[in-house]
Design a protein around this ligand. Structure first.
Ligand SMILES: NC(=O)c1ccc[n+]([C@@H]2O[C@H](COP(=O)([O-])OP(=O)(O)OC[C@H]3O[C@@H](n4cnc5c(N)ncnc54)[C@H](OP(=O)(O)O)[C@@H]3O)[C@@H](O)[C@H]2O)c1
Length: 235
């Protein structure tokens, strides 16, 4: 989900390069067929994830071992303040329900792109006061921020750590940048910088690389499952 976004496209590319079958749910107007259509492992599902029914999602999720979300509200007035207000949260809730109804014989990984602006309330994370004040204001004024918080909260509190069918990780980049290749990056359990007044950078291609690695590297997955890893580019 979110495959047509700036990070989503990089993740699709990374997964195809690793040899995986990719089922990308993208709105028809933003088809990626020009970019990936010639790749035999690329399967495009022309649909709006926020309008898909459980029965439409069921056959797709039945095929999958890993579900990625790089969804985010478009940075337009309509994208930020219009419907669907709970784009990311509702998607995570919907796909979790469908996975549960499938009772898969293996645990499905759900890997969510989130943000350092969100705290992991499962562990003692105490952002600086200045950050907490600004984030409270953003929470009140910008619906997409609350959506990112609620989506991760759903995974933390409703899916939890011992779900029968689902394991999850919520990847938290800092300020996103665009680079053409993967560079060195560091992963932390919690932010090490003030997200508002001393933000670091994270390239989208590094986010895509880390999300793909989480799906493919069992040791890395064991380290970060049920957590909200923070990713920064190395300085
Ligand atoms: N900007 C930052 O510095 C920053 C930092 C940390 C975290 N983040 C978070 O990172 C995430 C992804 O960032 P990005 O820059 O890669 O995002 P992006 O390029 O804006 O991509 C967003 C994706 O979500 C889809 N989408 C948006 N509204 C939709 C709707 N109503 N229905 C269905 N699909 C919809 C878009 O589809 P279409 O292509 O069809 O529009 C696109 O695939 C966001 O959650 C953002 O909050 C951002």
């Amino acid at each position: 989900m979110g495959a047509s976004g700036a990070t989503g496209k990089l993740l699709v590319s990374e997964l195809l390069n690793l040899g995986f079958d990719v089922f990308a749910i993208v709105r028809a107007s933003n088809s990626l067929k020009n970019q990936f259509g010639s790749h035999s492992n690329y399967h495009e599902v022309p649909a709006n994830i926020s309008e898909m029914s459980d029965s439409e999602l069921t056959p797709l999720l039945d095929e999958c071992d890993v579900v990625f979300s790089c969804l985010g509200h478009n940075l337009t007035f309509r994208g930020m303040f219009g419907a669907p207000r709970w784009l990311v949260t509702d998607t995570v809730r919907k796909l979790s329900g469908v996975i549960e109804s499938l009772c898969p014989d293996r645990k499905i990984k759900v890997i969510l792109m989130n943000t350092t602006g969100n705290s992991n309330r499962d562990i003692p994370e105490t952002p600086p006061l200045s950050q907490r004040i600004v984030i409270s204001i953003l929470r009140a004024l910008l619906p997409p921020h609350s959506d990112n918080e609620q989506a991760a909260d759903f995974l933390r509190t409703k899916v939890g750590q011992n779900h029968q069918f689902i394991e999850w990780a919520a990847v938290r980049p800092d300020s996103l940048t665009d680079e053409t290749s993967v560079t060195n990056y560091a992963i932390h359990p919690s932010p090490t910088r003030n997200v508002i007044f001393d933000a670091g950078t994270t390239s989208r291609i590094n986010v895509a690389n880390f999300m793909a690695n989480l799906a493919t590297d069992f040791e890395l997955w064991d380290e970060w499952k049920g957590k909200m890893p923070v990713i920064y580019n190395d300085a």
